[in-house]
Design a protein around this ligand. Structure first.
Ligand code: PLP
Length: 396
């Protein structure tokens, strides 16, 4: 297994632990940055009070939560009072759709796309079983969504449109500004799953006027188990999680102060590092992608060449089952995936690639590689060599 060379870590703080693998699955999750861990540390062992307590040992933590809320708000151009902390983006996505439906009980139609994350798709399917009508918008062969399809799907009984910012499997970007403008014009609430966009492209809710927008900490170097939901000021909201008065009564449950602090710090770092992020990961991604497509026969890119995140590539290796390829790559210490980590235990083909290329086996014969800022050229060449060997072996 090729170790990650120390040179790769030159500009990382000395406390970063570099795993003995080549990690190319940053759309699944990211490592907690040392600065984030340091910011959280006191709130595990020293400042562990309950923010809802009346005495200061607990109540002073309210200020800490508010500081983190302001940091998250700043990442997306929101006001702090428009950010609610949740347990994950799955909850944020469910909560946003739930709130929109509650606000319009007579409207029983939802518009989403066939390529959303399972946290939207499976909730929509559950709602269908409860009698709601759901339209799953198609995408083209490049994974792009056509606005005209949205325009013809929205009807008077549509309560909410839920369309993601960036696809987790292909990185393909949806035209979120135009979607938001259209929804505003039609008076329909718009929820945007911006999980994969945060820290990778600029998010500004003053420009993209969604009513709800979901984030999760672990995709931008905060820990897992903490998410956030932006709720535009005065947009309707009724809680999904009922309980105490936390989060202004909008989401019950004692706040996990360390994770909230970590998410705030990670959001601040993501905002500061955004200008560099794209340049850094794009050159590695492009180099690896070009080498794969030109030197490994029968390969095909899934996703639009330019309208996508700078860190993601999704490639079909014709005649090679995704699962078999991932096993061989794993044996070589390469972390990659064939779709969302949430569905990695299922042997279903990628619903995203299937929606793009219905007629072909591309959805069973693809993998996703997603870079992060700590990856190096050595990682990319290690992955390329492993892919060459593995595909050759599997093709016999
Ligand atoms: N939405 C998208 C686009 C995702 O990629 C993910 C995670 O992979 C989620 C939602 C769910 O996030 P979480 O793991 O915080 O529930």
């Amino acid at each position: 297994m090729p170790p990650v060379p120390l040179a790769a870590c030159r500009d990382l703080p000395s406390s970063v632990t570099v795993p003995a693998v080549i990690y190319l699955d940053h759309n699944a999750t990211t490592p907690v940055l040392p600065e984030v861990f340091e910011a959280m540390r006191p709130y595990f062992c020293e400042e562990w009070g309950n923010p809802s307590s009346a005495y200061r040992f607990g109540s002073k933590l309210k200020g800490v939560i508010e500081a983190a809320r302001a940091q998250v708000a700043e990442l997306i151009g929101a006001q702090p009072r428009e950010v609610i902390f949740t347990s994950c983006a799955t909850e944020s996505n469910n909560a946003a759709i739930h709130a929109a439906l509650k606000a319009n009980p007579r409207k029983r139609h939802i518009v989403t796309s066939a390529v959303e994350h399972s946290s939207v798709l499976n909730y929509c399917m559950a709602l269908q079983r409860d009698g709601y009508r759901v339209t799953y918008l198609p995408v083209d062969r490049d994974g792009l969504l056509k606005l005209v399809d949205l325009e013809s799907a929205v009807a008077d009984e549509t309560a909410v449109v839920s369309l993601m910012w960036a696809n987790n499997e292909t990185g393909v970007l949806f035209p979120v500004k135009e979607i938001a403008e259209f929804c505003r014009g039609r008076g329909v609430l718009y929820h945007c799953d911006a999980v994969q966009a945060a820290g990778k492209v600029e998010i500004d809710v003053r420009k993209v006027q969604a009513d709800y927008l979901s984030l999760t900490g672990h995709k931008f170097h905060a820990p897992k188990g903490i998410g956030a939901l932006y709720v535009r000021w005065k947009a309707p909201f009724s809680p999904l999680v009922h309980g105490g008065h936390q989060e202004r009564g909008l989401r019950g449950g004692t706040e996990c102060v360390p994770l909230i602090v970590g998410t705030g710090r990670a959001a601040e770092l993501a905002r500061q590092q955004l200008p560099e992020y794209g340049k850094r990961v794009r050159s590695l991604r492009d180099a690896l992608e070009e080498e794969i497509l030109s030197s490994i026969p029968n390969t095909e890119l899934n996703g639009h060449k330019t309208e996508r995140l700078a860190n993601t590539t999704n490639i079909t290796f014709h005649g090679v089952e995704s699962e078999a390829l991932l096993i061989l790559l794993d044996q070589e210490g390469i972390c990659a995936s064939s779709g969302s980590a949430c569905l990695a235990d299922s042997d279903e083909p990628s619903h995203v690639v299937k929606a793009m290329k219905r007629e072909s086996a591309a959805s069973r014969e693809m993998i996703r590689l997603s870079f992060g800022p700590a990856n190096t050229g050595t990682d990319a060449s290690g992955a390329l060599n492993a892919l060459r060997r593995s595909t050759q072996m599997l093709r016999g």
